[in-house]
Design a protein around this ligand. Structure first.
Ligand SMILES: NC(=O)C1=CN([C@@H]2O[C@H](COP(=O)(O)OP(=O)(O)OC[C@H]3O[C@@H](n4cnc5c(N)ncnc54)[C@H](O)[C@@H]3O)[C@@H](O)[C@H]2O)C=CC1
Ligand SMILES: O=C(O)[C@@H]1CCC=N1
Length: 268
């Protein structure tokens, strides 16, 4: 069971993921918007988040000083500089990095060996409370891993994995959501070609995708058993499925995951 979520959170790096995290935590009621401070280099780009009630600023050390837990959400190559900025004020505060490819050892290098750090790999569905987030820590991560479990379980599912699986997790979950989004978009395009207006086609495709995921997550059955229940002999499902496979659908998805994993391992 995860512990109570931290009251005040500093999100360093209010870009796509940082903003999605802040909005997801506030929407879930886990942390109030006023207790989340988001930083980035240019204050003007934080105006809309300020308008939503979040604290905003450009001073990472000041944000950290007022927080119970720190989230690092800058690009991988920017992490070291940010950690150097905050090293003098971090103290024993738990720090969670969502940066791809930055190891626990690399996080501790500028902060010192006693820094309480963990890694998280969410996807942008944190904003909708539906992320799959993988977490990793080690024997010195204690409170950071606990804080991560409580924060990320509040905006989807969270699973603790070995650190050496964080790169594959990046490909399958963090990049993976884009692959499923493209799949939904493609299905909607097909839907429009066979007669639906585009908004209707998108709704039909997205809810159908959600249904497929819910079947797997709730019944725990295998996708192929579920497919067998849909595909009537000589019917239209098997005709469509076989055409997808003749066009390399499964192979394309597998190769996409492999390519993303390869690139995720090279990011630093
Ligand atoms: N976008 C996604 O879906 C996911 C991203 N990640 C990781 O999250 C991190 C952020 O990714 P994105 O949000 O996509 O990138 P982004 O480029 O949208 O956001 C990074 C933000 O950090 C800000 N920044 C740069 N230097 C800063 C500094 N010194 N102090 C404060 N803010 C600073 C930038 O202005 C920018 O707004 C990356 O490490 C990425 O690998 C991980 C999982 C999913
Ligand atoms: O594309 C990227 O590099 C980041 C990491 C995973 C998702 N977005």
């Amino acid at each position: 069971m995860s512990s109570a979520p931290p009251r005040r959170v500093a999100v360093l790096g209010g870009g796509h993921l940082g903003a999605a995290l802040a909005r997801g935590w506030a929407a879930s009621g886990l942390v109030t918007a006023a207790d989340i401070t988001i930083t980035r280099r240019h204050r003007s780009k934080l105006d809309s988040l300020a308008g939503e009630g979040f604290g905003v600023g450009t001073d990472n050390a000041a944000a950290v000083s007022e927080a119970d837990v720190v989230i690092v959400a800058v690009q991988p190559a920017q992490v070291e500089g940010v950690l150097r900025d905050i090293a003098p004020v971090l103290g024993a505060r738990p720090l969670i990095s969502v940066a791809t490819g930055v190891s626990l050892a690399a996080l501790r290098a500028p902060l010192g060996p006693d820094a309480v750090v963990a890694r998280a790999m969410p996807n942008t569905a944190v904003e909708a409370g539906s992320s799959m987030t993988c977490l990793a820590g080690d024997d010195r991560s204690g409170p950071a891993l606990e804080a991560a479990e409580s924060l990320f379980a509040g905006v989807g599912r969270a699973l603790v994995i070995d650190e050496d699986m964080m790169t594959p997790a990046t490909a399958l979950c963090a990049c993976g959501i884009a692959f499923f989004l493209r799949t939904i978009r493609a299905a909607a395009q097909g839907g429009t070609e066979i007669g639906f207006h585009s908004e209707e086609a998108l709704l039909l495709a997205a809810q159908t995708a959600r249904g497929a995921a819910d079947l797997i997550l709730t019944t725990r059955s295998h996708p192929e058993s579920e497919i067998d229940r849909v595909a009537t002999p000589r019917g239209c499902t098997i005709a469509g499925l076989n055409e997808l496979e003749h066009r390399g659908f499964s192979s394309a998805m597998i190769r996409g995951i492999l390519k993303a994993s390869e690139r995720a391992g090279e990011l630093l």
